[in-house]
Design a protein. Structure first.
Ligand code: ARG
Length: 288
Protein backbone atom coordinates (compact mmCIF):
# COMPACT_ATOMS: atom_id res chain seq x y z
CA UNK A 1 0.00 0.00 0.00
CA UNK A 2 1.18 3.52 -0.76
CA UNK A 3 2.56 5.58 2.11
CA UNK A 4 -0.08 7.91 3.55
CA UNK A 5 1.02 11.30 4.77
CA UNK A 6 -0.93 13.99 6.57
CA UNK A 7 -0.30 17.68 5.84
CA UNK A 8 -2.17 20.77 7.05
CA UNK A 9 -3.45 23.43 4.67
CA UNK A 10 -1.09 26.40 5.20
CA UNK A 11 -3.77 29.12 4.83
CA UNK A 12 -3.46 30.13 8.50
CA UNK A 13 0.32 29.81 8.68
CA UNK A 14 2.38 32.77 9.85
CA UNK A 15 5.17 33.45 12.34
CA UNK A 16 3.62 35.59 15.04
CA UNK A 17 5.13 34.40 18.32
CA UNK A 18 8.41 32.93 19.51
CA UNK A 19 8.38 29.55 21.24
CA UNK A 20 11.68 28.27 19.88
CA UNK A 21 14.96 30.07 19.16
CA UNK A 22 14.56 29.87 15.36
CA UNK A 23 11.27 31.77 15.18
CA UNK A 24 11.42 35.16 13.47
CA UNK A 25 8.15 37.10 13.80
CA UNK A 26 10.07 40.24 12.78
CA UNK A 27 11.11 38.69 9.45
CA UNK A 28 7.54 37.51 8.85
CA UNK A 29 5.90 40.84 9.65
CA UNK A 30 8.37 42.69 7.40
CA UNK A 31 6.45 41.23 4.43
CA UNK A 32 3.44 39.14 5.50
CA UNK A 33 1.91 38.90 2.03
CA UNK A 34 5.21 37.94 0.35
CA UNK A 35 6.01 35.44 3.09
CA UNK A 36 2.52 33.98 2.83
CA UNK A 37 2.93 33.49 -0.91
CA UNK A 38 6.39 31.96 -0.43
CA UNK A 39 5.03 29.63 2.25
CA UNK A 40 2.22 28.42 0.01
CA UNK A 41 4.72 27.80 -2.83
CA UNK A 42 7.09 25.89 -0.52
CA UNK A 43 4.26 23.81 0.99
CA UNK A 44 2.92 23.00 -2.49
CA UNK A 45 6.38 21.93 -3.67
CA UNK A 46 6.79 19.64 -0.67
CA UNK A 47 3.38 18.06 -1.25
CA UNK A 48 4.19 17.55 -4.95
CA UNK A 49 7.58 15.98 -4.15
CA UNK A 50 5.96 13.57 -1.69
CA UNK A 51 3.28 12.61 -4.23
CA UNK A 52 5.88 12.15 -6.97
CA UNK A 53 7.55 9.61 -4.75
CA UNK A 54 4.42 7.52 -4.55
CA UNK A 55 2.80 8.64 -1.30
CA UNK A 56 -0.79 9.74 -0.86
CA UNK A 57 -1.11 13.10 0.90
CA UNK A 58 -4.23 13.83 2.96
CA UNK A 59 -4.73 17.53 3.67
CA UNK A 60 -6.62 18.72 6.73
CA UNK A 61 -7.72 22.31 7.31
CA UNK A 62 -5.88 24.44 9.84
CA UNK A 63 -7.56 26.64 12.45
CA UNK A 64 -7.46 30.43 12.37
CA UNK A 65 -5.13 31.68 15.09
CA UNK A 66 -3.20 28.38 15.24
CA UNK A 67 -0.43 28.96 12.71
CA UNK A 68 1.75 26.03 13.81
CA UNK A 69 -0.91 23.46 12.88
CA UNK A 70 1.04 23.37 9.63
CA UNK A 71 3.46 21.08 11.53
CA UNK A 72 1.33 17.94 12.02
CA UNK A 73 4.35 15.86 13.07
CA UNK A 74 3.71 17.43 16.45
CA UNK A 75 0.07 16.37 16.57
CA UNK A 76 0.35 12.64 17.30
CA UNK A 77 2.37 9.46 17.29
CA UNK A 78 0.85 7.02 14.79
CA UNK A 79 1.65 3.32 14.50
CA UNK A 80 -0.45 0.28 13.55
CA UNK A 81 -3.55 2.40 13.00
CA UNK A 82 -3.39 3.92 16.49
CA UNK A 83 -3.01 7.68 16.92
CA UNK A 84 -1.73 8.80 20.32
CA UNK A 85 -2.62 12.48 20.17
CA UNK A 86 -0.28 15.09 21.67
CA UNK A 87 -0.52 17.48 24.58
CA UNK A 88 1.49 20.57 23.75
CA UNK A 89 3.90 22.19 26.18
CA UNK A 90 3.28 25.82 25.10
CA UNK A 91 -0.02 27.64 25.55
CA UNK A 92 0.41 29.02 22.02
CA UNK A 93 -0.05 25.54 20.56
CA UNK A 94 -2.57 24.00 22.98
CA UNK A 95 -5.42 25.41 20.91
CA UNK A 96 -4.39 23.02 18.12
CA UNK A 97 -5.42 19.97 20.15
CA UNK A 98 -9.19 20.09 19.42
CA UNK A 99 -8.50 20.66 15.70
CA UNK A 100 -6.17 17.70 15.47
CA UNK A 101 -8.42 15.48 17.61
CA UNK A 102 -11.30 16.22 15.23
CA UNK A 103 -9.10 15.52 12.20
CA UNK A 104 -7.95 12.18 13.61
CA UNK A 105 -11.53 11.22 14.52
CA UNK A 106 -12.51 11.96 10.92
CA UNK A 107 -9.66 9.75 9.68
CA UNK A 108 -10.95 7.03 12.00
CA UNK A 109 -14.46 7.38 10.57
CA UNK A 110 -12.92 6.95 7.11
CA UNK A 111 -11.12 3.77 8.21
CA UNK A 112 -7.62 5.26 7.90
CA UNK A 113 -7.08 4.96 11.67
CA UNK A 114 -8.52 2.42 14.11
CA UNK A 115 -8.04 4.20 17.41
CA UNK A 116 -7.59 7.81 18.60
CA UNK A 117 -6.53 8.47 22.20
CA UNK A 118 -4.95 11.57 23.72
CA UNK A 119 -1.76 10.98 25.71
CA UNK A 120 -1.77 11.70 29.43
CA UNK A 121 1.56 13.57 29.49
CA UNK A 122 3.15 16.55 27.78
CA UNK A 123 4.38 15.11 24.49
CA UNK A 124 4.65 16.67 21.02
CA UNK A 125 3.98 13.74 18.71
CA UNK A 126 6.31 12.32 16.10
CA UNK A 127 8.48 15.42 16.49
CA UNK A 128 9.75 13.75 19.67
CA UNK A 129 8.98 10.11 18.86
CA UNK A 130 10.49 8.63 15.72
CA UNK A 131 9.67 5.10 14.57
CA UNK A 132 12.66 3.02 13.45
CA UNK A 133 11.05 0.42 11.23
CA UNK A 134 14.15 -1.74 10.75
CA UNK A 135 14.86 -2.04 14.46
CA UNK A 136 11.22 -2.09 15.54
CA UNK A 137 11.56 0.63 18.16
CA UNK A 138 10.71 4.24 18.91
CA UNK A 139 13.44 6.81 19.46
CA UNK A 140 11.87 9.14 22.03
CA UNK A 141 13.15 12.66 22.64
CA UNK A 142 12.56 14.64 25.79
CA UNK A 143 13.60 18.09 26.82
CA UNK A 144 12.18 21.48 25.90
CA UNK A 145 8.84 20.13 24.61
CA UNK A 146 8.17 16.56 25.68
CA UNK A 147 8.29 15.19 29.21
CA UNK A 148 10.34 12.09 30.06
CA UNK A 149 7.11 10.75 31.63
CA UNK A 150 5.77 10.16 28.10
CA UNK A 151 8.25 7.39 27.25
CA UNK A 152 6.73 4.56 29.36
CA UNK A 153 3.22 5.61 28.27
CA UNK A 154 4.26 5.34 24.61
CA UNK A 155 5.91 1.95 25.21
CA UNK A 156 2.77 0.59 26.91
CA UNK A 157 0.31 2.09 24.48
CA UNK A 158 1.95 0.65 21.38
CA UNK A 159 3.55 -2.42 22.99
CA UNK A 160 6.91 -1.39 21.52
CA UNK A 161 10.41 -0.80 22.78
CA UNK A 162 11.38 2.84 23.29
CA UNK A 163 14.88 4.27 23.55
CA UNK A 164 14.94 7.61 25.36
CA UNK A 165 17.18 10.30 23.92
CA UNK A 166 17.27 13.38 26.17
CA UNK A 167 17.90 16.56 24.18
CA UNK A 168 20.80 18.80 25.14
CA UNK A 169 19.65 22.27 24.08
CA UNK A 170 16.79 24.68 23.51
CA UNK A 171 17.98 25.12 19.93
CA UNK A 172 17.30 21.50 18.92
CA UNK A 173 14.04 21.44 20.82
CA UNK A 174 12.40 18.48 19.10
CA UNK A 175 14.18 15.22 18.30
CA UNK A 176 13.30 15.58 14.62
CA UNK A 177 15.43 18.74 14.36
CA UNK A 178 18.58 16.69 15.01
CA UNK A 179 17.74 13.03 14.32
CA UNK A 180 16.38 11.12 11.34
CA UNK A 181 15.92 7.39 10.91
CA UNK A 182 16.52 6.34 7.29
CA UNK A 183 15.01 3.29 5.56
CA UNK A 184 18.39 1.53 5.19
CA UNK A 185 18.88 1.56 8.97
CA UNK A 186 21.17 4.60 8.97
CA UNK A 187 20.63 7.34 11.52
CA UNK A 188 21.37 10.89 10.38
CA UNK A 189 21.95 12.96 13.51
CA UNK A 190 23.61 16.06 14.89
CA UNK A 191 25.69 14.92 17.90
CA UNK A 192 25.86 18.22 19.87
CA UNK A 193 22.05 18.25 20.11
CA UNK A 194 21.99 15.04 22.18
CA UNK A 195 23.09 14.62 25.80
CA UNK A 196 26.03 12.29 26.55
CA UNK A 197 23.49 9.77 27.88
CA UNK A 198 21.53 9.93 24.61
CA UNK A 199 24.70 9.53 22.54
CA UNK A 200 25.67 6.49 24.59
CA UNK A 201 22.27 4.88 24.07
CA UNK A 202 22.30 5.64 20.35
CA UNK A 203 25.79 4.19 19.89
CA UNK A 204 24.84 1.09 21.90
CA UNK A 205 22.00 0.32 19.51
CA UNK A 206 23.32 1.49 16.13
CA UNK A 207 26.68 0.33 14.71
CA UNK A 208 29.09 3.12 13.75
CA UNK A 209 28.84 2.23 10.06
CA UNK A 210 25.17 3.23 10.13
CA UNK A 211 25.62 6.53 11.96
CA UNK A 212 25.80 9.59 9.70
CA UNK A 213 26.87 12.74 11.52
CA UNK A 214 25.31 15.96 10.29
CA UNK A 215 27.45 19.09 10.43
CA UNK A 216 26.42 22.30 12.17
CA UNK A 217 25.53 23.77 8.75
CA UNK A 218 23.33 20.75 7.95
CA UNK A 219 21.54 21.06 11.29
CA UNK A 220 21.10 24.84 11.00
CA UNK A 221 19.71 24.39 7.48
CA UNK A 222 17.09 21.94 8.88
CA UNK A 223 18.53 19.25 6.61
CA UNK A 224 18.21 16.59 9.31
CA UNK A 225 14.43 17.20 9.39
CA UNK A 226 13.89 14.99 6.35
CA UNK A 227 11.13 12.85 4.86
CA UNK A 228 12.46 9.50 3.68
CA UNK A 229 10.27 7.71 1.17
CA UNK A 230 11.76 4.52 -0.19
CA UNK A 231 15.03 5.52 -1.85
CA UNK A 232 14.33 9.24 -1.78
CA UNK A 233 15.13 11.78 0.91
CA UNK A 234 13.06 14.95 0.64
CA UNK A 235 14.67 17.73 2.59
CA UNK A 236 15.28 21.48 2.92
CA UNK A 237 18.09 22.47 0.54
CA UNK A 238 21.07 20.31 1.57
CA UNK A 239 24.68 21.38 1.05
CA UNK A 240 26.74 19.50 -1.55
CA UNK A 241 28.59 17.46 1.05
CA UNK A 242 25.45 16.05 2.71
CA UNK A 243 23.96 15.40 -0.71
CA UNK A 244 27.06 13.45 -1.72
CA UNK A 245 27.20 11.49 1.53
CA UNK A 246 23.57 10.42 1.27
CA UNK A 247 24.04 9.74 -2.45
CA UNK A 248 26.92 7.37 -1.66
CA UNK A 249 24.54 5.40 0.53
CA UNK A 250 22.20 4.99 -2.42
CA UNK A 251 19.65 7.70 -1.62
CA UNK A 252 18.29 10.18 -4.13
CA UNK A 253 18.21 13.54 -2.42
CA UNK A 254 15.43 15.96 -3.33
CA UNK A 255 16.26 19.44 -2.00
CA UNK A 256 13.51 22.05 -1.59
CA UNK A 257 13.45 25.68 -0.51
CA UNK A 258 11.49 25.51 2.76
CA UNK A 259 12.82 28.82 4.14
CA UNK A 260 9.35 30.26 5.00
CA UNK A 261 8.89 27.36 7.45
CA UNK A 262 12.43 27.51 8.80
CA UNK A 263 11.39 31.00 10.00
CA UNK A 264 9.19 29.05 12.44
CA UNK A 265 11.80 26.41 13.28
CA UNK A 266 10.41 23.64 11.12
CA UNK A 267 10.97 21.93 7.76
CA UNK A 268 10.07 18.81 5.76
CA UNK A 269 9.64 16.14 8.45
CA UNK A 270 7.59 18.27 10.81
CA UNK A 271 5.34 19.49 7.99
CA UNK A 272 4.18 15.89 7.61
CA UNK A 273 2.86 12.99 9.64
CA UNK A 274 3.03 9.38 8.41
CA UNK A 275 -0.31 7.63 8.96
CA UNK A 276 0.55 4.17 7.66
CA UNK A 277 3.54 3.05 9.74
CA UNK A 278 3.34 -0.51 10.96
CA UNK A 279 5.36 -2.54 13.39
CA UNK A 280 6.75 -5.74 11.94
CA UNK A 281 4.44 -8.70 12.57
CA UNK A 282 5.37 -10.37 15.84
CA UNK A 283 7.65 -13.36 15.40
CA UNK A 284 5.78 -16.58 16.06
CA UNK A 285 7.97 -18.84 18.15
CA UNK A 286 7.58 -22.52 17.58
CA UNK A 287 7.45 -23.50 21.24
CA UNK A 288 5.17 -26.48 21.79
N1 ARG B 1 6.96 26.84 15.52
C1 ARG B 1 6.76 25.44 15.77
C2 ARG B 1 7.00 25.14 17.26
O1 ARG B 1 7.83 25.76 17.85
C3 ARG B 1 7.64 24.61 14.90
C4 ARG B 1 7.44 23.13 15.06
C5 ARG B 1 8.32 22.31 14.18
N2 ARG B 1 8.11 20.95 14.42
C6 ARG B 1 9.05 20.03 14.67
N3 ARG B 1 8.66 18.83 14.86
N4 ARG B 1 10.30 20.32 14.75
O2 ARG B 1 6.39 24.32 17.86
Amino acid sequence: MAAQILMTDPAHYRVGYEINPWMRPDAWSADPAGNGRAALAAWTALKAAIEEHGARVRVIPGLAGQPDMVFPANAAIVLDGKALVSRFRCAERRGEEPGFLAAFQALKAEGVLDQVVQIDAVQEGAGDCIWDAGRGLFWVGDGPRSSPDAAPIIARHFGQEVVRLPLASERYYHLDTCFCSLPGGEILYYPPALTPEALRRLRDVVPATLLIEATQADAEGFCVNAVALGGAIIVARPGPDLKRRLGERGYRVVGLDLSPFILSGGAAFCMTLRLDLESAPALVTANP
